[in-house]
Design a protein around this ligand. Structure first.
Ligand SMILES: [Zn+2]
Length: 503
């Protein structure tokens, strides 16, 4: 999906091997059981995907509760939980690596469900989703949302602590493929690398505009310049869906052969697009809100490619997104952005946005210059949410101010803050860092495509086939391994900083 932040408006909107004889009998039973459960799991996932599709597309009246309750029953199934608890610690004894992986992914899925599908949390979530879904709530209801959100945050923390984690942040990061320590280091290194160049941007702005105190609006202006130059502008006559088809055909992927459907419709504030794999790999649909640029369409389509070219057979390894531990959100968003980045490629821009080399170079210079603001803006956004869990005693207002000072270096005390009523915090908790990681993943993959297929790679029909290396294994390999398979290395933050000439 593609989120926007409502209070800033930018100018754009076989591997199989067998098997230690001694545990063969036991794993046969286990495998038979898991296979049966996974068929059921996939069926419910399709039902929930369909319900969310109806929710966003308005095609039919959505029924979210029935599939959620079915999930609840399945995830709390004692036999399933006992099997996974028993086998997870000794999964390395199992030589069938696919079964081994299914146990690992089940473990993560069940663990995350212990929080998100806890009866109390689920009830509160459903309540909040309903309150936030309706626009223009009556005042009474709107005023209780922040307190309810706090309750949800505290419950998630408490439940995580019951499970032996320090808090919900630690819990989530052990389960989302990133790891809390890795992530902390990631944030620190980006903070450090972008600090001086960002300060230089501030000084420049202050001098040029005769500003005494750098304000929030000044910061948003810097970030806005990045976004304005990062969003391809096509002639008004161009139809986005045709452009998606052509951009994919250029790399050898034929949209009309895919079980895929893209539509346009007004979405709730803050949501730019919502792509849903109803059935992996057989049914992808996406709805884009009005007047989104082509990169948003290609982003959602990228989620589609990720699911439609998934050729793993086991449903739990297909990575349905409905239970956090079942997938790797940062990588999924990376796949979406890899597709969006096709429309930021110079050769693509020359052909479809009719830009000259000089214009493209000038744009890239601006992106380089303002990228520290873009990166720090992302950090500020996800830290704002994270600190709610890390410092539950702190007012949200204060968190937002502190984060704005720390990462956006706002000097003025007059900082506009938002109420605690963000649907993303309810429905996709601790998800926002995925978008910054996605930019890095996409950058790295495009670097590889350029090296392998040359400057004209966005018009090379073999590129689509190559991208399948990232799609086809589902959750069978950890995401960093998928990066190695496709690009030869793990996530390379230095290469990303070099791309934007931040060093
Ligand atoms: Zn997305």
């Amino acid at each position: 999906m593609k989120f926007f932040y409502p209070f800033i408006r930018f100018s754009v909107a076989t591997i199989l091997s067998f098997s230690v004889v001694s545990c063969q009998a036991n794993t046969n039973e286990l495998e038979k059981f898991l296979t049966r459960i996974e068929i059921e799991y996939e069926q419910i996932s399709i039902e929930l995907g369909t319900a969310y599709w109806n929710f966003y597309s308005g095609e039919e009246k959505p029924d979210l509760l029935t599939p959620k309750n079915k999930y609840f029953a399945l995830l709390t199934n004692d036999t399933l939980n006992n099997y996974i608890e028993k086998w997870y610690p000794k999964r390395s004894e199992i030589t069938d690596t696919i079964l081994q992986c299914r146990i690992k992914v089940w473990h993560n899925t069940l663990l995350s469900a212990k929080v998100e599908y806890d009866a109390e949390i689920m009830k509160l979530r459903n309540e909040l989703e309903e309150m936030l879904e309706v626009k223009d709530n009556n005042e009474n209801q709107a005023s209780i949302i922040p307190a309810k959100m706090r309750e949800l945050i505290n419950l998630r923390n408490k439940k995580s602590q019951d499970l032996g984690f320090k808090n919900y942040v630690h819990f989530t990061f052990e389960n989302n493929g990133l790891g809390y320590n890795w992530f902390k280091e990631f944030v620190n290194s980006l903070d450090k690398a972008t600090l001086e160049p960002y300060k230089a941007l501030i000084e420049k702005a202050k001098n040029e505009k005769q500003i005494k105190e750098f304000s929030q609006i000044n910061a948003f202006q810097l970030i806005g310049i990045f976004y304005a130059n990062n969003s391809p502008q096509l002639p008004k006559t161009v139809n986005n869906i045709d452009m998606v088809k052509e951009s994919l055909a250029n790399i050898g992927i034929f949209y009309n052969d895919l079980p895929s459907k893209l539509v346009e419709k007004q979405l709730p504030a803050g949501v730019g697009g919502q792509g849903i794999m109803l059935n992996i790999p057989g049914d992808f649909r996406a709805v884009m809100t009005l007047e989104m640029d082509i990169s948003v369409w290609m982003h959602e389509m990228g989620h589609g490619l990720h699911g439609l070219f998934n050729s793993i057979d086991q449903p739990i390894l297909e990575g349905y997104e409905w239970i956090p531990g079942n997938g790797t959100p940062a990588f999924s968003e990376g796949m979406a952005e890899t597709s969006a980045w096709l429309t930021r490629n110079p050769e693509w821009l020359k052909k479809y946005a009719h830009l000259t080399d000089d214009e493209i170079n000038a744009q890239k210079d601006l992106l380089n210059t303002y990228s520290p603001a873009f990166i720090r803006y992302h950090i500020a956004n996800f830290m704002q949410e994270m600190e709610l869990y890390l410092y539950p005693e702190k007012e949200y207002d204060q968190i937002q101010k502190d984060v704005a000072k720390k990462y956006l270096l706002i000097e003025s005390d007059n900082i506009r803050t938002r109420d605690l009523n963000n649907i993303i915090y309810v429905a996709y908790p601790l998800y926002l860092q995925s978008y910054l990681l996605a930019d890095i993943i996409a950058c790295q993959i495009h670097q590889t495509l350029k090296e392998k297929f040359g400057n004209e790679y966005v018009f090379n029909k073999d590129v689509g086939k190559y991208l399948e290396v990232f799609y086809k294994h589902g959750e069978y390999y950890p995401w960093q391994e998928r990066m190695i398979m496709g690009t030869g290395k793990e996530l390379d933050i230095d290469a990303y900083l070099n791309y934007y000439k931040i060093n």
